[in-house]
Design a protein around this ligand. Structure first.
Ligand SMILES: NC(=O)c1ccc[n+]([C@@H]2O[C@H](COP(=O)([O-])OP(=O)(O)OC[C@H]3O[C@@H](n4cnc5c(N)ncnc54)[C@H](O)[C@@H]3O)[C@@H](O)[C@H]2O)c1
Length: 352
């Protein structure tokens, strides 16, 4: 008996697919609707194991298209939205910033507006949960942590578009009393991440003995969190987060990019039986990313204090799991790199 209908936007992407699987399997009495446009980053082969579940539906739609959103809300009694759909890659945002403004800002505004309209401003039992990033806070020096009260200072078009979307969600809360929660998370890693992002890119390049591009001197610091730990935090915030509040999510796990690349080289050499040090020879320093933020680090105390969340997966363990996943899912990587993953939608859904 279904007692909650959750619309997950961006559910075919990296984090979204882990979240959809988690919600659909842990809560069989929830109907989970995965709304995704299937851009280059959306990959339904991430979800083959849940595709036939009775409490799962996939809808191909664009969050920028209000009419398409209205149809989805008309088709299902949606009471909860978990909004992940976004353009998510900083480098792409430098190349094509307006795509990020369209999807992350306009798309979020359309979704908020349609939810408000469909819910008739009768918000009892409703929730709009917006998934965001620590990049909205800008860049840290060698010390300090981002808290929920750190001022916004986004510096890339990606970060600025996400920051703007956070403001829109809060505006709908303050102006229309829509129940909302937000979370801002640090860098995620794990299975199913598109191999344009640092960790899967390095794994793939080490495997094929291709150069490992490292920006600048490799001293930029990121706080890494295993994707399943992020999903557990989302689950807690979804069910127990206080309306109107923001929660920071982070791994207490800061790594300089160059140290991370060394760790990946060592892990891969061990796994592949290669001589120690052989993959490190692939490291290639490239011109730094424009406006590259030096350091991100999250203070997740509020989430720990209020909801008892702490990360489960130690980084050294998470990296081994991730490397193992990529090594045993060569077909997934090949499908993504060749573009063949796009055929899956046509084969599975085009006739429905
Ligand atoms: N990856 C991270 O490290 C990280 C960290 C913190 C927060 N986030 C946030 O989490 C969310 C998911 O990130 P991810 O890494 O899984 O991203 P992703 O790029 O892997 O997935 C994004 C998904 O959104 C879909 N999408 C894009 N434009 C759309 C549109 N117009 N309409 C409908 N669907 C559309 C894509 O098809 C894709 O499936 C994003 O909002 C991102 O800002 C990501």
């Amino acid at each position: 008996m279904i007692n909650k209908t959750v619309l997950v936007t961006g559910g075919a992407g990296f984090i979204g697919s882990h979240l959809v699987r988690h919600l659909a399997t842990k809560y069989p009495h929830y109907l989970v609707i995965n709304l995704d446009l299937l851009t280059y980053a959306g990959n339904l082969t991430n979800l083959v194991d849940v595709a036939d579940r009775d409490n799962y539906r996939f809808v191909r739609a664009d969050i920028r298209d209000a009419e398409a959103l209205r149809q989805v809300f008309a088709g299902f009694p949606i009471d909860t939205v978990v909004h992940l759909a976004a353009e998510s890659h900083v480098d792409r945002s430098i190349e094509e910033p307006l795509t990020f403004v369209q999807t992350n800002l306009i798309g979020t505004a359309q979704l908020l507006q349609v939810a408000r309209e469909v819910w008739h401003e009768n918000f009892a039992g409703k929730l709009f949960y917006h998934i965001s990033t620590d990049e909205v806070y800008g860049s840290l020096d060698a010390t300090g942590l981002f808290t929920e009260t750190t001022g916004y200072a986004p510096r890339s078009p990606y970060a600025a578009s996400k920051a703007g979307s956070d403001h829109l969600v809060r505006a709908w809360h303050h102006t229309y009393s829509m129940p909302v929660v937000l979370s801002n998370c640090s860098n995620n890693y794990g299975p199913n991440q598109f191999p344009e992002k640092l960790i899967p890119l390095c794994i793939n390049n080490i495997l094929h003995q291709q150069p490992l591009p490292v920006y600048g001197k490799g001293v930029n610091v990121r706080d890494w969190l295993y994707v399943e730990d992020h999903v557990r935090a989302i689950d807690l915030i979804l069910h127990r987060g206080r309306s109107g509040e923001t929660y920071n999510i982070g791994g207490h796990n800061e790594w300089r990019n160059i140290d991370l690349v060394h760790l990946l080289c060592q892990t891969m050499d061990r796994k592949l039986g290669r001589a120690p040090g052989s993959s490190e020879r692939l490291i290639t320093y490239v011109t730094d990313r424009a406006g590259h933020d030096l350091r991100y680090a999250i203070d997740a105390t509020k989430l720990e204090r209020e909801l008892g969340w702490v990360p489960d997966v130690r980084f050294e363990e998470g990296i081994v799991r991730t490397v193992d996943w990529y090594l045993s899912n060569a077909a997934w990587v090949a499908g993504v790199t060749s573009g063949a993953y796009r055929d899956y939608y046509a084969a599975m859904y085009a006739h429905r």
